[in-house]
Design a protein around this ligand. Structure first.
Ligand SMILES: Nc1nc2c(ncn2[C@@H]2O[C@H](COP(=O)(O)OP(=O)(O)OP(=O)(O)O)[C@@H](O)[C@H]2O)c(=O)[nH]1
Ligand SMILES: [Mg+2]
Length: 197
């Protein structure tokens, strides 16, 4: 229920490969540009080892007129965030990291050290067992909540909702398609599920 676009800050979108991190980063950035202006928003990616990862975000940044930066490690991230401190919202796209990936610990440490809040992306089409593992392994003290993705392809919302409730993970947004920025919905008590499912 907490609208991060209005509130502002620095947020990293984390989660397994292909869950929708880059697309959701672009959707949130597009909304923020409408609300605050392109000069108040910045994008950053830690996914620059994969050429496609950085390029994809760079294209979204260009379309939105928003700066796109990269960060290799904690020092680099701290330095870049310090240069971006006048921005209202900084969104960090990350490398896809499954619950069994080796880099999870390092990523958590980096965001902890740079004081970055994290949003865990949960794919609504995943099984309960998989989602349970994802939350168990990827949740760190910096995770402030989750964004549920791919609801348009899920048979129901029950599985992911049950996991979020059980782990007391605030659901901030849901996504229900590939269109940027249309297919992103803030979760509020008034949200009518039948309108977005
Ligand atoms: N149907 C559907 N597709 C989505 C949604 N969000 C993202 N996608 C699609 O899912 C695919 C992967 O999305 P990305 O945003 O690249 O996912 P990612 O988590 O950044 O992937 P990696 O960087 O490879 O880990 C793309 O084809 C997106 O268009 C959604 O809500 N619904
Ligand atoms: Mg990506």
């Amino acid at each position: 229920m907490d609208d991060i676009i209005t509130k502002g800050g620095v947020y990293a979108l984390i989660g397994p490969t292909g869950v929708g991190k880059t697309t959701t980063t672009a959707k949130l950035a597009a909304r923020a540009v409408v609300q605050h202006g392109a000069e108040k928003v910045a994008l950053l990616t830690t996914d620059f080892y994969r050429i496609a990862g950085y390029e994809q975000l760079k294209i979204f940044g260009k379309v939105l007129g928003v700066e796109v930066h990269t960060a290799r490690d904690t020092d680099d991230l701290r330095l870049t965030l310090s240069a971006l401190r006048h921005k209202h919202l900084v969104l960090i796209d990350t490398e896809g990291m499954g619950q069994y990936a080796k880099g999870v610990g390092d990523q958590n440490k980096m965001f902890d050290a740079a004081d970055v809040q994290c949003l865990l992306l949960l794919n609504a089409t995943s099984s309960g067992d998989t989602l349970e593992e994802v939350v168990r392994m990827l949740r760190s003290k910096k995770v402030i909540g989750c964004i549920v993705t791919k609801l348009d392809e899920a048979a129901n919302i029950g599985t992911v909702a049950e996991i979020a409730v059980r782990h007391r993970l605030t659901m901030h947004y849901m996504t229900n398609g590939r269109q940027v920025p249309e297919d992103l919905h803030l979760i509020t008590p008034n949200l009518k599920l039948e309108e977005v499912l």
